[in-house]
Design a protein around this ligand. Sequence first.
Ligand code: CMP
Length: 162
Amino acid sequence: MDQEGCPDHMSGNTERTLVIVKPDGVQRGLVGEILGRFERRGLKIVALKMMTVSRDLAERHYAVHQGKFFYEDLVSYISSSPVVACIIEGPHAIGVVRAMVGATRPQEAAAGTIRGDLALAGLRNLIHASDAPETAQTEIELWFRPDEIVDLPREIDRWVYE
Ligand code: CMP
């Protein structure tokens, strides 16, 4: 393990990011479709759980939005029905995942992105993904204990990364 707690096999550009399939994604049966896109791209799932989000976790996750007009809707929405939370790992994972997710507002998301292909309007944007390295670190620590994250070297990685 290095200083950040990442396994030694992770190279310099390898990142981890937090992804949450929100209640609309779970209710619409899109968990496999959404996570499958990350897997097909070559990214790895190194932690995964389905859970109901407590009010406390929702408030801490969205603390940066506290005071904004949509904060209460965000908090109550994400805790209204189960979500699937996972950690995605790979080269440049934070930016790559954000690009695959698409614009925040589904109506503005480009075709080919998760939101542009599968979402339509409003807060129903299917998925949350960390937006920067600092946020990813904080969010991963908020949602997962270290013992819930696996070290997952794969034979196929050299055909994807190298
Ligand atoms: P998410 O990626 O979960 O992180 C913050 C959320 O805030 C975002 O998805 C949107 O659902 C929501 N959000 C951001 N900006 C606005 C806005 N201007 N109006 C309503 N919701 C917003």
